[in-house]
Design a binder for this molecule. Sequence first.
Ligand code: 5GP
Length: 188
Amino acid sequence: MKKRPAVDLQVTIGSRVFVKYLGRDAIRARIRELGRDISVDYRDKYPVFIVILNGAFMFAADLVRATSLECELQFVKLASYEDIHSTGKVKKIIGLPVPLTDRHVIVVEDIVDTGRTMLTMIEDLKQMKPASLSIATLLLKPDCLQVPIDSSYVGFEIPDAFVIGYGLDLDGKARNLPDIYQLKSDHS
Ligand code: 5GP
C-alpha cells in the first residue's frame, strides 16, 4: 500500500490541531450503503432531497450519486454555529422551496449535534404537508442531542468532539478536505 505523508494525519487551523478521524475510503463505503438503502426505500417515489448548505454539499453530492433513483434536489441554507461553539440561534438564510405537498422528502445534513437545526427544519417542512419526511445525516453526535431527532439514515455516530473536513468547516476553512478530522483534545 502506498504510504501517505504524515502531514495528512494532522491539520492545524490557527492554534487548533485536528487529527484524522474518518478517511475518505470509509466515508465512500458508508455512503454507498446509505445510497443503496435509500434506493430501496424510495423506489418509484420520486423523492426530493433537501440539502442543508453549506456543510452538506459534499455529502449530498456523493449520496445522490450513490442512489439509483429519479429524484429532485433543493438547497436551503441555515446557520447555528460560530467558531467551535453553538450560538444557540438557528437562522434560516435561504427559504424553503415550494411546493412539497404530497412529496417524499429526505433532508440531507452534514452533522446533527444538539438537533436544534434539524428540528427547525423539520417543523418548517411539516407545514408543507409532505407525503413523508426523513433525515439523512452523515454524522450524528448522540451524546449531544437536546431535542428528539429521528434520523433514518446515519453515516456515522461520533463522540462529542468538533470535526472538520468533507464539507464541515471551522470559520469557513477546511470544507475541501477529503477526510474528516477531529479536534485534538489537550489529553490526546
Ligand atoms: P445542531 O443544531 O444540531 O446543534 O448543529 C447543527 C449544525 O452545527 C451543523 O449543520 C453544523 O453546521 C454545525 N456543527 C455541529 N457540530 C459540528 C462539528 O463538530 N463540526 C462542524 N464543523 N460543524 C458542526
